[in-house]
Design a protein around this ligand. Structure first.
Ligand SMILES: [Zn+2]
Length: 295
């Protein structure tokens, strides 16, 4: 946080923009095996060719002058006359300069991100991170909640990867929580609503992306909470809709199977997104919510 605030003070780039980029890059490191753990606090990974310059014969160049000569990105942020790709301040200063080249308002920040990542999804995820950080004014937003209120009537077991009961070609990408129709469905995380609407199989469904770049998917809802909109920032426990049995037909189709919440989790590594079994997470969140209710 201090590193981001220093950049803000020196270069007038809002701290949550720098935090949002860094958070996205940390999430990529966590889901990619070809990247090692960050050496410092900053997670931003810059390829040696990009740092030193494509035509620079020295891929590990630390000299800001030769790096600049070869059109590399690397800059010296801490004043030691070295541009070190493993130094937190040098990395942030380098990225901050890339942003300043375009401008620090939202539109230009978007353009700077697109220019750097060349991936629409990366731009969307980072803008989402920025909204979340800005709203809560802090970066430790790792709390979770169980998707339905504990101490109510519900049941679930691990059904991830099973063949689908009601058509569909892919295997079951989630855990089904069977519950009474209309039981409140709550956000499991701090995040941003990325998707909301009807899907032929999922029925009324909502997708929330958290700051770890995990996508939380809620399907077969009875309906949505009032005033909920795409782009809205929410926190763990925020009611987003109700348990239902919508789906498997045109918009509004309901009752083709018993009411349940289909809950899925997906990770993204900067190239592709894949589903993983949410059940172990559900068990942890359920236990924590139960303990909270007791205390
Ligand atoms: Zn399901």
């Amino acid at each position: 946080m201090m590193l981001y605030k220093n950049i803000e003070a020196a270069m007038q780039i809002p701290w949550y923009y720098m935090a949002a980029i860094d958070q996205y890059e940390h999430s990529l490191r966590n889901s990619r095996r070809d990247l090692e753990k960050a050496k410092g606090a900053v997670g931003i990974h810059i390829e040696p060719e990009r740092w030193s310059g494509m035509l620079n014969p020295n891929k590990n160049d630390h000299n800001p002058l030769t790096i600049s000569f070869f059109d590399g990105l690397g800059m010296d942020g801490n004043g030691d006359h070295k541009a070190d790709v493993n130094n937190d301040e040098d990395i942030l200063f380098t990225i901050a300069n890339h942003i300043l080249f375009f401008g620090t308002d939202e539109d230009n920040f978007r353009i700077a991100l697109w220019n750097y990542y060349k991936r629409d999804k990366a731009v969307g995820i980072i803008m989402g991170n920025a909204s979340i950080f800005k709203k809560f004014g802090r970066i430790d937003l790792q709390e979770n909640a169980f998707p339905v209120p504990v101490r109510t009537h519900y049941s679930y077991r691990s059904t991830w990867g099973f063949a689908r009961g009601w058509g569909g070609r892919r295997s079951h990408e989630g855990t089904d929580i069977f519950a009474d129709y209309g039981l409140p469905v709550r956000s499991t995380c701090y995040g941003i609503i990325e998707m909301k609407g009807w899907n032929k199989y999922g029925g009324w469904r909502i997708g929330i992306r958290d700051i770890n770049n995990t996508y939380h998917y809620f399907a077969h809802l009875s309906g949505f909470a009032k005033d909920l909109r795409i782009g809205q920032v929410i926190e763990p426990g925020t009611v987003i809709g109700g348990v239902g049995s919508s789906g498997y037909g045109p918009p509004g189709t309901s009752g083709k199977f018993p009411p349940h919440l289909h809950y899925g989790m997906y990770r993204d590594n900067g190239f592709i997104e894949w589903s993983f079994d949410p059940t172990p997470h559900l068990r942890v969140w359920e236990r924590k919510d139960l303990a909270k209710r007791r205390s």
